[in-house]
Design a protein around this ligand. Structure first.
Ligand SMILES: O=C[C@H](O)COP(=O)(O)O
Length: 252
């Protein structure tokens, strides 16, 4: 079975179906978020989710419902972007986001604690966030792989997230120098496979073209199998990939 994804209209549509269409800018406004939502073209494909700051969750839920796009999840971020907020504040953010209608919570793990040799603090953040999420809200844990200097640290952070109850592990916030990489993707997917739990993977940050997305699909197909690579298990977090997807689809 080939795992070589090429830049075709079909692959571009698949990339879009796997996408968390993201806007996490300090200067986001209701107007800019609505513009992002209006950039969705159901004739191309619907994204898996939109990912916005917490204050825009209710707006997105309302707008997506008004379009009848009930399959598009609303994701938001907690402990973002530095992973250094007090746990009580993070849990309050999580509860408020869920009350506002969030379907998915992208939590930044306190990754500096992993580097410092303290696995217990990040474990507690993930565990208690998952308790607030319950079974109906997905918890996606950002390990900030570009700051974790070695494959061993990336593996350790992945294991902490997986064992503490993450539904997904996610590479990056998109706010540091090194974001998603194929090397980190390989390590994280292998940890998912080795742990044997039903945990998904999200590559986030710096993926701007279908050509850049294809090698991530290839790695996921190779490690997990082609059938695994669907939106229940695999996402791209991206703020500027949609334009290239539309261009590829338009060219046929
Ligand atoms: O979670 C997603 C990232 O923040 C998006 O990063 P990006 O702006 O490089 O696409």
């Amino acid at each position: 079975m080939s795992t070589n994804n090429q830049v075709t209209a079909a692959v571009a549509k698949h990339v879009l179906e796997l996408m968390d269409l993201t806007s996490l800018n300090e200067d986001d406004t209701e107007k800019s978020i609505l513009e992002m939502l209006d950039s969705i073209d159901e004739d191309v494909a619907l994204p898996a989710a939109v990912c916005v700051y917490p204050q825009f969750v209710a707006l997105c839920k309302k707008h997506l419902s008004s379009r009848g796009w009930y399959s598009v999840k609303v994701a938001t971020v907690t402990n973002f972007p530095c992973g250094e907020q007090p746990l009580s504040q993070v849990l309050a953010q999580t509860q408020q986001a869920i009350d506002d209608g969030a379907d998915e919570i992208d939590l930044v793990m306190p990754y500096n604690q992993v580097i410092a040799g303290d696995p217990d603090t990040p474990w507690q953040y993930v565990r208690s966030s998952k308790e607030v999420c319950g079974s109906s809200v997905q918890l996606k844990v950002i390990i900030e792989s570009g700051v974790l200097d070695t494959p061993e640290l990336i593996a350790q952070a992945s294991d902490i997230a997986i064992l503490a109850g993450a539904d997904f592990i996610k590479t990056s916030t998109g706010k540091v120098t090194v974001n998603a990489t194929l090397a980190a993707t390989q390590v994280m997917l292998e940890r998912i496979k080795i742990n044997g739990k039903p945990v998904g993977f999200k590559a986030a940050g710096g993926v701007k073209t279908v050509a850049q997305a294809c090698p991530y699909l290839d790695v996921a197909c190779q490690v997990m199998g082609r059938g695994w690579v669907e939106k229940a298990n695999f996402r791209f977090g991206a703020s500027s990939l949609l334009a290239d997807v539309k261009g590829v689809v338009a060219r046929g």
